[in-house]
Design a protein. Structure first.
Length: 283
């Protein structure tokens, strides 16, 4: 599968990151130490095994800094790489290559870290029918990129924001006066194409949901035994999503309960940064 994002989504984020890094005076270190006409070649290499994501963002960082820079990608997003794998060759004016280096590696490292962690979760549930999905626990203003990285790692996306689906959480239920009033209010106030999911903590709440009806139910912090009971109660009438404190150590057992989806906040809020190196030579 080929992974990509509209260039505008990538470039807007990269442009903002470059502006943040360049500050008010630009790269004063490079300006002071590197001749204006110096040319250089750089290699970007993976220093650990994992899944690559963010190559277009890295390319954009160099292109936005100087259109004369040549970025030759040797790995595509979604590719698995081994330590020492060449990810890209970069050549052109030395100054802008040096100035864009950190932003390019920040995006590559962050997004590849998410893709790599996602791939580990996906592998852990490979013997089941469960799919791994993300949450809204993303870095502010980087959600589209981070959810893209989840897809590169083999996961699927939950809702992107508050506006694309109804997800009735425990606090909504508490304020609305219960599961049934919350569901009835949602059905009365959203359009016919808007999906409705509701969170439950107990099997009794689930029975109320089944009586009222919904598109999906989020089974929050349930034990594997309760998850199995919940899946049996639902019996295919709605999508079952497990959530709450999911780890690599627990995800396989959760998947064996028969749930359709397992949402994992750690994919985006706790993924380690993937280690890339960039080394330069003067041409």
């Amino acid at each position: 599968m080929t992974f990509d994002l509209p260039p505008m989504l990538t470039e807007d984020a990269v442009r903002a990151a470059l502006a943040e890094d360049l500050g008010r005076a630009g790269d004063v270190t490079t300006q002071a130490t590197i001749p204006a006409r110096a040319q250089a070649r750089a290699t970007i290499v993976a220093r650990e095994p994992g899944v690559v994501a963010g190559v277009p963002a890295a390319r954009a960082a160099f292109a936005l800094m100087d259109a004369e820079i040549i970025f030759d990608a040797k790995a595509i997003d979604g590719a698995r790489v081994a330590p020492g794998a060449l990810v890209a060759l970069v050549s052109g004016p030395a100054r802008p290559i040096l100035s864009a280096e950190r932003v390019a590696l920040n995006f590559l490292g962050r997004l590849s870290g998410i893709a790599t962690l996602t791939a580990r979760y996906v592998s852990a549930v490979a013997e089941t029918s469960a799919r791994i999905c993300d949450t809204r626990k993303t870095t502010p203003l980087l959600r589209a990129l981070e959810k893209y990285a989840v897809r590169c790692g083999g996961g699927v996306n939950h809702r992107f924001g508050l506006d694309d689906a109804v997800l009735i959480k425990d606090n909504h239920v508490a304020v609305a006066g219960g599961v049934i009033p919350a569901l009835r209010a949602a059905k009365a106030n959203v359009g016919h194409l808007v999906k409705i999911e509701i969170e439950v903590d107990t099997l009794d709440q689930l029975r109320d949901v089944l009586d009222e009806g919904a598109d999906a139910v989020l089974l929050d912090n349930m034990t594997p035994d309760d998850l199995r009971s919940a899946v049996a109660l639902v019996s295919g009438r709605m999508i079952c999503e497990a959530s709450g404190g999911v780890t690599l150590a627990s995800v396989a057992e959760i998947a064996k309960s028969g749930v359709d989806l397992i949402s994992v906040g750690a994919l985006t809020h706790s993924a380690p940064v993937f280690d890339f190196g960039l080394d330069m030579d003067i041409l």
